[in-house]
Write a protein of this length. Structure first.
Length: 379
């Protein structure tokens, strides 16, 4: 690396910050992300100038932090500078010519080639791939992504955050709820690779429903006294977050829809429409353990919608029982080979799942997949 004639580290980093602040009016998020990437590069390059002592990096960050904080205020603590350094290490490419092109044009006022920077970008999102910076992700997004150690999981969250326009808070919530791990439960190695490369694709009904569903946002306690009406009202009160947990494509249609059949009245808890699968989705809520009678009731609702509500262009109606617990064998033997493609059962959790709980779910899922399929397979 040729460093002859370059100004000292502090001056180079200072010029990057000033340039980023000047460009804030053009694009606050992009200029901040690129500025931090450039700062990370300067720190790493400075550390690699033949320095072999581990303590050098810490001393470098402490001195840089003191000077930057004195001139520019907060945001440049040693802790944050370590994040910035990690950011460059994890995202070593601004672009590769096939994704986002970041133009760094120097305007020399002295002999230095890094006196000022004008930072801009031109997006070609159709060829973006995970690991390249994207203008729709802010620094807060990237700080959240850096917490994900698994490379495949991080790629998945990058894709989903961009595809679904998640805020940084929504991204954090999906990571905390282990969305990737939950979707990965019933997938083989090929399916896991597709998650990391393509994100969550909905190609068939089984792709829509997660098991378990995480609904910690309801603020309800784990209690045997919880009744369906309380759970339903909490879901309606938090409908926007519930739609986020359900996933892309869901649109709310109705709650407590009454069906009258020869004088008998039935009430459907929740009705949605899925824009990707082009079908109605009926959700029945059970705060206790799923019983085979519950599956029969949901089958009634699904059949009714197929005959009375479904119109030309709609695909067959899907049904989901959202329950506190279930016996997969009961589901498998209650549903026939055709029904199990339309009727699903998922557990709900009112707290964020731990790693141990997810491992237990994985063992349960493997056991269910290995069970005989002649009577239909639980989803």
């Amino acid at each position: 690396m040729n460093t002859r004639g370059r100004p000292p580290l502090y001056r180079r980093v200072r010029e990057i910050i000033e340039s980023a602040r000047a460009g804030a009016a053009r694009s606050v998020n992009t200029t901040q992300v690129v500025a931090y990437w450039l700062i990370g590069r300067e720190i790493v390059e400075e550390e690699q100038k033949g320095k072999t002592r581990a303590a050098y990096g810490e001393e470098l960050l402490i001195g840089l932090s003191k000077r930057l904080t004195a001139e520019f205020g907060g945001g440049y603590s040693v802790h944050n500078l370590k994040f910035i350094r990690q950011f460059y290490a994890e995202y070593p490419r601004l672009a590769d010519g096939a994704a986002i092109g970041y133009a760094l044009r120097s305007q020399s006022e002295t002999s230095s080639s890094m006196t000022r920077h004008e930072i801009g970008y031109a997006e070609r999102s159709q060829s973006w791939t995970p690991g390249l910076l994207h203008p729709n992700l802010s620094w807060t997004h990237y700080r959240t992504l850096l917490r994900v150690d698994n490379a495949e999981a991080r790629s998945f969250y990058e894709i989903e955050a961009i595809k679904n326009n998640w805020s940084a808070r929504e991204l954090e919530r999906q990571i905390n709820s282990s969305l990737y791990e939950r979707l990965a439960l019933s997938r083989d190695k090929k399916g896991l690779m597709r998650l990391a490369i393509k994100g969550h694709e909905v190609q068939r009904p089984a792709d829509v429903f997660k098991d378990p569903m995480v609904m910690e946002f309801l603020g309800l306690p784990e209690s045997p006294k919880l009744v369906e009406t309380e759970l339903e009202q909490a879901l309606i009160d938090n409908l926007q977050t519930f739609l986020l947990e359900l996933g892309r494509g869901f649109a709310f249609v109705a709650r407590q829809e009454r069906l009258t059949l020869d004088g008998d009245h039935f009430y459907i808890d929740l009705v949605f429409y899925h824009a990707v699968l082009k079908c109605y989705v009926i959700i029945d809520l059970k705060t206790g353990k799923l019983a085979h009678q519950d599956l029969g009731q949901l089958q009634l609702y699904v059949n009714y919608y197929d005959r009375e509500r479904r119109t030309k262009g709609d695909n067959p109606t899907l049904g989901l029982i959202l329950c506190a617990d279930k016996n997969d064998a009961v589901v498998r033997y209650t549903l026939g080979p055709d029904q199990h493609r339309k009727i699903f059962a998922s557990r709900y959790k009112l707290h964020l799942p731990s790693e141990a709980e997810l491992r237990a779910e994985m063992r349960r899922e493997v056991k269910a997949l290995a069970a005989p399929k002649k009577h239909g397979d639980a989803q």
